[in-house]
Design a protein around this ligand. Structure first.
Ligand code: PHE
Ligand code: NA
Length: 453
């Protein structure tokens, strides 16, 4: 059993929790969760999402950490080693490749949206120094999307920030940044929550988010909820598996896995409870949705809040930091694989992935302007990439991960990695979820996509 990885190790249990939480908490919570909750009518969607977190997300989270820590390499090579260990087919390496591909696709559009948040952060910064403010949020957002050059620039800035950290490797700077800046972002969300309460529309937001309207339940809605559960927890594409490879052997997997899932879920729910009161208070239909939701609604609140300009700047810049720590984990599996399997140094490997990711991201950039007429199965180019990666590839990756951890790895191995002193009932519970419940739920939902129901 290996106790360390060639790519470095987290210095402590806390370092892993911070890094994995940094990966999980990002645009998925504050940009994507509100907008797709909105598009799917609220209540029932949030409920299905929470069920997916508990019955699919948690077991896959544990499985990924177990596989990564046992293999101690990039996903492709960890899968090869573990398959060899238990005499299974090396075709399981395909899970690693699928994960790397999904991560690459997600990185491509994620960086574009992170570029929007950087742009907004700088808009508010300029306003602090006397620049023109955002007076008409719809117009400001529309102008940004129409400007391919501007979008490409900020997408590039974000990719440079990401490659910088990945090239340097798993190091102190990242751990410290996450440990300080993420709590600050959380406090900012709480302030927005207070503002939301002051609008008098907090209970309307609670009703929208938690009062299930069963007529909204459909195959498509369930697919989206499950995709979001994977996306928000960074699961199904081997990111957490890769971070698990750098996890010291003594750390208790169920504890850290649960901590990461709970924090991520808390941030998403609080973000929703902070944002929907604003949306309702300013007369926007909470079901109006769209990827621009937070960019067209929140500036209305920032224009009225005390210190709203400084707040807006801090909010969008910290959101970029949250996106940054997620993007790092989107890039790491591919980079670790290239370092292991080619002659490339970490720096060159990171640069290669970043340049390719930046180029691929241009498809998302153009989907708002040059290619705005192009439709792929009724979706814009960026929506189609988002759907393919998050709603299809992540659940397939999660399905394979659960099957591998539950059925292919031996119980001796999984038990040893999870916790050798674990109570029998707890281990059996995990095994039952991972072997039966999780794969079955994913399969049923996937069958929904194929139109079986
Ligand atoms: N979990 C991140 C978010 O919610 C996105 C992400 C997905 C990161 C997959 C890594 C892997 O923003
Ligand atoms: Na998340």
């Amino acid at each position: 059993m290996k106790t360390s990885s060639i790519h470095g190790m987290w210095s402590s249990r806390l370092a892993f929790v911070l890094a994995a939480t940094g990966s999980a908490v990002g645009l998925g919570n504050i940009w994507r969760f509100p907008y797709i909750t909105s598009e799917n009518g609220g209540g029932a969607f949030v409920l299905v999402y929470l069920i997916c977190i508990a019955l699919v997300g948690l077991p896959v989270m544990f499985s990924e950490i177990v596989i990564g820590r046992r293999g101690r390499m990039s996903p492709v090579n960890s899968m090869r080693e573990l398959a060899d260990d238990v005499g299974a087919s090396r075709a399981w390496m395909g899970l690693g490749f699928l994960g790397i591909l999904a991560g690459f696709l997600i990185l491509s559009f994620y960086s574009v949206v992170a570029g929007w948040t950087l742009h907004y952060g700088f808009l508010y910064l300029k306003e602090l120094f006397g620049g023109a403010g955002i007076t008409d949020p719809n117009a400001t957002f529309g102008a940004l999307l129409a400007n391919a050059g501007e979008l490409t620039f900020w997408h590039g800035v974000f990719m440079v920030m990401t490659v910088g950290v990945v090239a340097l490797g798993v190091e102190k700077g990242l751990e410290r940044a996450v440990g300080i800046l993420m709590p600050v972002l959380f406090v900012l969300l709480l302030i927005l929550l207070l503002y939301g309460v002051s609008t008098g529309h907090f209970m309307d937001a609670v009703a929208f988010m938690f009062k299930p309207d069963w007529s909204q339940v459909s195959g498509g809605m369930i697919v989206t909820a499950m995709g979001q559960a994977f996306f928000t927890l960074s699961l199904g594409m081997c990111a957490i598996m890769t971070y698990g490879a750098y996890l010291p052997s003594h750390v208790h997997v169920p504890k850290v896995g649960t901590a990461v899932a709970l924090s991520d879920t808390a941030v998403a729910l609080i973000a929703g409870l902070a944002i929907f009161p604003v949306i309702i208070a300013f007369g926007i239909d909470p079901g109006s949705g769209g990827a621009g939701l937070i960019f067209t609604s929140l500036p209305l609140a920032f224009a009225e809040m005390p210190f709203g300009i400084a707040y807006g700047m801090a909010f969008f810049l910290l959101l970029s930091v949250a996106a940054w720590t997620s993007a790092i984990s989107l890039m790491e599996p591919a980079v670790a694989y290239l370092v292991e399997s080619t002659n490339l140094s970490r720096k060159s490997a990171a640069l290669t992935v970043a340049v390719l990711g930046w180029l691929a991201g241009l498809a998302s950039v153009f989907s708002f302007n040059i290619w705005s007429e192009v439709s792929v199965g009724g979706k814009s180019v960026m929506d189609a990439i988002e759907f393919l990666a998050a709603d299809i590839m992540l659940p397939i990756g999660g399905l394979l991960t659960a099957i591998f951890a539950g059925w292919v790895l031996s119980k001796t191995i999984t038990r040893e990695e999870l916790d050798d002193k674990m109570h029998d009932w707890a281990f059996k519970g995990w095994l039952w979820l991972t072997r039966i419940v999780t794969p079955l739920l994913i399969l049923v939902v996937m069958a929904g996509i194929l139109g079986v129901f």
